[in-house]
Design a protein around this ligand. Structure first.
Ligand code: FAD
Ligand code: ZN
Length: 469
């Protein structure tokens, strides 16, 4: 059967306006980092679960592969078609309804294409909190968040996307609908299939809706920036903050000097409350009692950190605007980096206790290999998750730097990650970017089991081929 017949069938089913094969489709075909320009056979935009299932059945009947896509903010090239022009790009963006909010059960059920920020706002409108939060929240979707098991800035307290999901509705590779929406916190009736699809990056099924966990909104939130001389001090500050604030510690982000220098350079309008220092930590404490109570905890914590010599300086946000401005600084780092030019990204997880040693040794090895490289080192220290990114030496052509040095840089970093018992992907996933690295470094038994799961669920290999495994 020809691809023309497939497109004709899809147009008959969804309407011609939702099956795009001409004009500028780069918003769907090019990834956010502009590293993987693809070309789709067509961009298909179903408006309901039944339509997703029907598209899947048509693709299966014609043996055509399909790439699911939400907000296209993924950083590993997993959500764009390859360059062959033979894959269908399945956009979930029109599945964007909040189906239900159950305040007493602290759950909400939303469709996969709901933008994360819209989900947060729908929860807030009921006085509740959906805690998943990341810099791309204005455009990434819940489906994409679950498919990549996204992390972000609230993992420390509330867990990652996996921990916030109680149930899923999924269209299988055969075009059947798995009805797994459930607001149950306990359900031991066999294999928990939801966890197979979460983090599977669109390779096992298409997520069409999810039931999510909600939390009460905290009464108050306080934010501060603190200056540390060493990474050892930042790790000790984390221990102190956990001891003092307990589960009230809802954010602990790390930024090295160069990452904030990049923000100074490219977003000069953003005020930086602290002078440049080797390591800046952003702390957030949430409190269920009151603002006064939160302030008491926070001031006690920072005073104690000053006394112990863990920090040299700190700035507490006095208003909500100042708090947003502090978070905005942190969230501007990926954009400032992109402005500076292409770079080699490493989204890695390590035991927190080993992070100072890892950074000291790996920085030194990288500088020895390529003198003058610049380290953009920031991330979610509270989760042991660093964005350990390598920018070309000042004045170097970024594209040429990547061409010449990316394999060697990756080897140095990932060897060190492995030697320290870490993971080569903490929260962004594998996609195309790290597929070979995964094949080389993952436990062979785990890889074999992953392949048999893929074979069992998608024997024709239609779902996001060439990604992840
Ligand atoms: P897409 O990019 O569209 O897709 C991502 C993957 O999921 C692809 O493999 C795709 O095939 C698959 N997929 C998408 N929707 C579905 C679906 N409905 N069913 C099945 N598979 C699907 N990530 C973090 O974890 N933490 C961060 O702090 C973070 N910060 C970021 C900051 C910026 C500025 C940017 C650009 C990205 C950041 N990311 C972060 C990465 C990205 O935003 C997240 O991975 C996000 O969860 C992707 O959602 P999306 O809807 O854009 O997915
Ligand atoms: Zn991150």
């Amino acid at each position: 059967m020809s691809t023309a017949a497939l497109l004709q069938a899809l147009r008959a089913e969804l309407g011609a306006a939702q099956v795009l094969s001409e004009g500028d489709l780069s918003a769907y075909e090019m990834d956010w980092r502009r590293r993987y320009p693809g070309r789709a056979l067509a961009v298909v935009r179903p408006g309901s679960t039944a339509e997703v299932a029907s598209v899947m059945r048509q693709c299966a009947a014609h043996g055509v592969a399909l790439v699911p896509q939400g907000g296209n903010t993924g950083l590993v090239g997993g959500g764009v078609p390859d360059a062959s022009g033979r894959q269908i790009l399945l956009s979930l963006q029109r599945l964007n309804k909040v189906r239900a909010i159950d305040a007493a059960n602290l759950t909400m059920t939303v469709e996969a294409g709901c933008v994360l920020q819209a989900v947060q706002q729908a929860a807030a409108a009921q006085g509740l909190l959906f805690p998943l939060s990341l810099a791309a929240e204005g455009s990434c979707t819940i489906g994409g968040n679950l498919a990549t098991n996204a992390g972000g800035t609230a993992v420390l307290r509330y867990g990652n996307a996996r921990d916030l999901c109680l149930g899923l509705e999924v269209v299988t590779a055969q075009g059947e609908v798995l009805q797994g929406l459930s607001g149950l916190r306990k359900d031991n009736t066999g294999y928990d299939l939801r966890h197979l699809f979460i983090g599977s990056e669109g390779t096992l099924g298409v997520i069409t809706a999810a039931t999510l966990k909600l939390y009460p909104q905290p009464a108050a939130r306080m934010t501060a920036l603190a200056a540390c001389d060493t990474l050892e001090a930042a790790v000790a500050l984390l221990g102190l903050a956990q001891a003092r604030a307990g589960s009230g510690l809802t954010g602990f982000e790390l930024m090295n000097r160069f990452s904030l220098d990049l923000v100074r350079r490219h977003f000069a309008q953003l005020r930086q409350p602290l002078p440049p220092c080797p390591w800046t930590v952003l702390l957030e404490v949430s409190d269920t009692e009151s603002e006064a109570h939160a302030r008491g905890v926070f001031e006690g914590l920072l005073e104690s950190a000053l006394e112990r010599g863990l920090i040299d300086d700190a700035a507490i946000a006095e208003t909500l605007e100042q708090s947003h401005a502090m978070w905005h600084l942190r969230e501007s780092i990926p954009l400032a980096q992109a402005e500076e030019g292409l770079n080699i990204k490493h989204d890695i997880a390590l035991p927190i206790s080993l992070i100072p040693q890892f950074v000291a040794r790996t920085d030194a090895a990288l500088q020895a290999a390529i003198p003058g490289i610049r380290m953009v080192d920031f991330g979610h220290l509270g989760d042991g998750n660093l964005h350990y990114n390598v920018q070309a030496p000042e004045g170097f052509d970024a594209a040429a730097f990547l061409r010449e040095h990316e394999p060697a840089v990756n080897r140095i970093v990932f060897d060190a990650v492995q030697a320290h018992g870490g993971s080569i992907s903490a929260e962004h996933g594998i996609g195309q970017l790290k597929r070979e690295e995964l094949a080389e470094r993952k436990d062979p038994v785990a890889l074999a089991l992953m392949r048999s799961i893929k074979q069992a669920l998608d024997p024709q290999g239609l779902l996001n081929p060439g990604r992840l495994i």
